[in-house]
Design a protein around this ligand. Sequence first.
Ligand code: NAP
Length: 245
Amino acid sequence: MTVVTGGSRGIGAAVALRLAAAGHAVGIGYVSARDAAREVAERVRETGAGCVAVRADTSVEAQVDRLFDTVRDTLGPITALVNNAGITGPLGRFTETSPEVMRRVVDVNVTGALLCARRAAREMATSLGGRGGAIVNVSSGAATLGSPGEYVHYAASKAAVDAMTVGLSKELAADGIRVNSVQPGLVMTDIHATMGDPDRPAKKSAVIPMGRGAEPEEIAGAIAWLLGDDASYTTGAVLRVAGGL
Ligand code: NAP
């Protein structure tokens, strides 16, 4: 039973479908796109996998608890988390970025990921009666590139996500929980239009060594591998999936 935050669209939706095909029941979190979340849930169920979609702002502890409670009560014990929900705020220079945008991005990308990881660890830790499991945090190539002129605050939030991966992988190893990060580069999702430039993937293709952005499914494949038995000895890894960026 795997919880995928931000499973209504983009990378998270591709992850939900990919994991369903690999035999996972999936709990999908979303914050506003109810129809999209329901559609993904329906497509997951068509594969024969169990699925429930739950509205939960991951930056709010009570809503994270409701997400995990609902998923567990509907589909059974939680064995994995994909910490995928994330936002960038509008594109722009650092000097013009408002403190409100900075705070919201840190709240969702860092606090939200921490809250979801904490709840998942409480469900899965063998010392707390769980069965062990795995967490994949969706970071970004921005964590090492820094995103100058676009969203330095977002890059900083994703570097925090990778630090969390390293620390939790060590703290939770004895509890049977593996923790890894995936760093996508540029992926064809709504996130670029939301940040203010729907043409960003096309404009950026020239700086990507492979010459193109990724399809969400190409990120989902890496996440599915990190969650699966073939990655049984992989923990604390930060896996770049960025076409050479
Ligand atoms: P997206 O298409 O914009 O989808 C974002 C998802 O996150 C949606 O499902 C959204 O829910 C959910 N979400 C946003 N804020 C939330 C909150 N406060 N609580 C719960 N859910 C929330 O984004 P994406 O491109 O698939 O990105 C997914 C992850 O990959 C993010 O962490 C992003 O930073 C990372 N990433 C993306 C790229 C890229 O180029 N696309 C590159 C590197 C890293 P609603 O549908 O309900 O709004």
